[in-house]
Design a protein around this ligand. Sequence first.
Ligand SMILES: [Zn+2]
Length: 236
Amino acid sequence: MRRLILLCLCLITWVVWADDAPRVILIGPPGAGKGTQARYLSEKYHLAHISTGDILRENRKQGTELGKQAASYMDTGKLVPDELIVTMVAEKLTGDGGFVLDGFPRSEAQAQLLDGMLSKSGHPINSVILLDVSDNDLVERLSLRRSCPTCQRTYHLKSNPPKKEGLCDVDGTALIQRPDDKEEVIRNRLKVYHDQTEPVLRHYQDKPGVVKIDGRLDIQDVQKQVDDNLRPLVTH
Ligand SMILES: [Zn+2]
């Protein structure tokens, strides 16, 4: 009898465990390659790729009630309140499937709301991946970027320069530096990033599954490290 109970317990544990999927928060400064990694993860592990920017645009475009509320803040240059963002994200997180959150949570308040929501469903976050790149490296990476105003193609003066200096390879248009890519603007965006993200990292630091990956590595090496961390979470 005791053996049977033990067997049942093992079976239940296995079923619950086997049902598990990666539920990932991807954190990283602007320019660290978060979007690329999020797309990779979402394809490889069949995760829903959830970007708050996309969700906001989608809700606005479809004219949903949440979208209208968000628009009233955005159009007056105000931050969309945490509750509203989390409600929109929650709509996407129904079911047991895995997901990768890109650009969310952006504050400790959002992290707490998210945790509360997920603990109700019994599927908490099981991986927090920080793509770590120093501010100076990012400034170099972004401030050497040049863009073609005609075809939107981007170049990098060091790693991917155009064939003819200052001109687009495709259409010969004079390349420009986007206002977003100027050093002062980048440093400002990085300051905002640090102010917002450090409390989120502190919030998760004692929980399992937090990993820091050197975002200066090649894309493939970053992917390999991401894989090493996610593989144990995929049991089926
Ligand atoms: Zn061009």
